[in-house]
Design a protein around this ligand. Structure first.
Ligand code: FAD
Length: 435
């Protein structure tokens, strides 16, 4: 078998990359080792930049139709008697333009939308139940059941997630950071009018609630490492109470979980490969980096990697400039952005990692200040959205810490838009030229 581009892994990253390339008319072979839908929970929150990318791929409407739009994340800090002490908001509508909301969608359903769209192109070949086992110099070695075969390609892109075969073939090691907490995660029914995201915390507890379509809500509940096994030995009513204590809004709904079977353990990790490209190979998404799920960024990073690498590879093929040195553009654009998001997610994780009252007080104060100061609020939402990057400076930190007064002045839409990435930031080789 011979193709232009081989992609290992049919998760969100691999499928988005395939759709981009297929639409540009290039031959793509994608091997996905799973033959059926994955039963594990994965990322489900789409940030504004991902929606902008999906708009460009003509799947925006299909995704909106099957999502719950989230304009606001409601951050509640509770006292030890579980009374609301403080409430602040992360509001996507501070972002000017069309992409000013996040969207919650069932992970497997998003994959189906992208895969179906890619399958409309005859030049896309989806090999399900087929694992990538490794590489020779110009072929990927694949296995389906007992059958082994090879695919010859110009480029080989690894989108196989955390245990990437392509990353191993590129001899790139990753050093994993773990956290002092794990999460329980599960989806269950919700009230129809419960549509905004909620993050509810006390000094030693954390519950995130992210409404999905079909009146369902995805939840994450922080637990100490090792507690999953002992928790599962308790009656399910114990789990219900952990949730209803913090979120009365789920009372009457969480109880529909009748046993522990659907409640999964999620172990957060962080790593960043030292490079994304080697010769005719590149890695994207979780193969290249993993972030703590607190900021809801993992899947979005995979989509954004796919967008840049897909555009680059398509331009290289279209201009017949297939010198692999050009692949460095992908790393040049994405590495710094990904690094910032990894740090952002890490900081958000640390804010909930220490079960002490002074930490809870500091967190509450930081969120209050972020909401009151229009520049801080915009920076936070911009950086989370992926639409642009505007790093916090020393003055911002002083304001956040309460050592300087908040700024009253609102930013104009024009000033805000100046901070958005422009096409030449996303695809600089189109201006500077390929070799
Ligand atoms: C268990 C888990 C839970 C998560 N939960 C959350 C969450 O709650 N919130 C959040 O924001 N993020 C979460 N994430 C992160 C987010 O889901 C990922 O960042 C995102 O899915 C990355 O997409 P990807 O396409 O890079 O990789 P993946 O989604 O991991 O997709 C990789 C695909 O490659 C396939 N594959 C693997 N090896 C091979 C091979 N050798 N050959 C062929 N195919 C192969 C896999 O079957 C899979 O379909 C979670 C991740 C994991 C692993």
């Amino acid at each position: 078998m011979k193709t232009d581009v081989f992609i290992g892994g049919g998760g969100i990253g691999g499928l988005t990359l395939a759709l981009k390339l297929a639409r540009r008319g290039f031959d793509v072979v994608l091997a996905e080792r799973m033959a059926v839908r994955s039963p594990t929970y994965k990322g489900e929150l789409l940030q504004p930049k991902s929606m902008q990318i999906f708009d460009g791929l003509d799947v925006y409407d299909a995704i909106c139709d099957r999502s719950n739009e989230i304009k606001v994340l409601d951050m509640l800090e509770l006292s030890s008697t579980l009374k609301v002490k403080d409430q602040s908001f992360m509001d996507y509508s501070v972002l000017p333009g069309k992409y000013n909301a996040a969207y919650m969608i069932h992970h497997e359903e998003l994959k189906t939308i992208i895969r179906k769209s890619a399958c409309e192109y005859d030049n896309f070949h989806y090999l399900k139940g087929t694992a990538c086992k490794g590489y020779t110099e110009n072929t990927a070695i694949l296995q389906k059941g007992a059958e082994k075969f090879e695919v010859e390609a110009k480029f080989f892109f690894g989108a196989e997630g955390r245990s990437s075969v392509t990353r191993k073939a590129m001899e790139i090691e990753v050093k994993q950071t773990t956290y002092n907490h794990h999460f329980l995660t599960v989806t269950f029914p919700r009230a129809e009018n419960f549509t905004d995201g909620k993050i509810i915390s006390t000094y030693n507890r954390f519950l995130g609630l992210f409404p999905l379509p079909d009146n369902q809500v995805r939840s994450v509940y922080l637990i100490p490492p090792g507690d999953y096994k002992t928790l599962k030995e308790k009656p399910i009513s114990h789990f219900h109470k952990l949730y209803t204590d913090l979120a009365p809004a789920v009372d009457g709904y969480v109880q529909r979980l009748a046993d522990w079977k659907k409640i999964q353990l999620m172990i957060p990790v962080m790593y960043h490969a030292e490079s994304y490209v080697k010769g005719n190979k590149a890695i994207i998404g979780d193969a290249a980096h993993a972030v703590h799920p607190m900021a809801g960024e993992g899947m979005n990073m995979a989509i954004q990697d796919a967008d840049v690498l897909g555009e680059l590879a398509a331009d290289m093929l279209a201009e017949e400039k297939t010198d692999t040195a050009n692949l460095a553009w992908y790393e040049k654009v994405r590495y710094r952005r990904a690094d910032h998001v990894i740090q952002l997610s890490h900081l958000a994780a640390l804010a909930y990692s220490f079960p002490y009252r002074p930490v809870s007080y500091l967190r509450q104060r930081t969120f209050e200040r972020m909401e009151e100061d229009p520049i801080l609020h915009f920076k936070q939402m911009l950086n989370v959205s992926g639409l642009g990057l505007w790093k916090e400076n020393v003055r911002d930190r002083f304001i956040q810490g309460g050592f300087m007064p908040v700024r009253a002045k609102e930013l104009t839409e024009g000033t805000k838009e100046l901070k958005y990435y422009k096409p030449e930031d996303d695809y600089p080789w189109k201006v500077e030229g390929l070799i």
